[in-house]
Design a protein around this ligand. Structure first.
Ligand SMILES: [Zn+2]
Ligand SMILES: [Zn+2]
Length: 141
């Protein structure tokens, strides 16, 4: 574990906390309908960490759905305050996607690609000078 850790985060009420020891593997934004429904926003900003680099304290509640890809996506939220915090996807084993806004400092966040731009709304702006994918990019992992 690096000292200090790379990042710390929590839900709004502080019941669930994250301590992240190492740098992210990738940073993505997603406009898919699941992300819109699950967050009540136009897109999510997600940062992916190696599972072993993320220490989760407190009991988050998970909700699983089958994604368009056929993979199982489980989104975790604080049962007390409802903050969305992180997710696991059966198509990306070993990785945790963290909702970047629950980290205390995320000034380093810089999306590398935008997913599901076919679902992007005119009122919800994300960068178009980085790779944009209509849907999911082809998986090479
Ligand atoms: Zn909470
Ligand atoms: Zn999505």
């Amino acid at each position: 574990m690096t000292d200090p850790p790379f990042a710390r985060g929590s839900c709004r009420c502080g019941e669930v906390t994250l301590t992240i020891t190492e740098k992210p593997k990738m940073m993505l934004q997603c406009h898919c309908l699941d992300c819109q429904k699950a967050t009540g926003t136009g897109h999510t900003s997600n940062v992916y960490f190696d599972e072993k680099d993320v220490l989760i304290q407190g009991e988050a509640t998970g909700h699983s759905v089958t994604a368009d890809s056929g993979n199982e996506m489980t989104r975790y939220f604080c049962p007390l305050c409802g903050s969305r915090m992180y997710g696991r996807n059966s198509g990306r084993p070993g990785l945790i996607s963290v909702q970047v806004g629950c980290l205390d400092d995320h000034s380093w966040f810089s999306a590398q690609a935008v997913l599901f731009t076919s679902r992007r709304h005119d009122w919800d702006i994300t960068a178009d000078d980085i790779p944009n994918f209509d849907k999911m990019p082809p998986s090479k992992s």
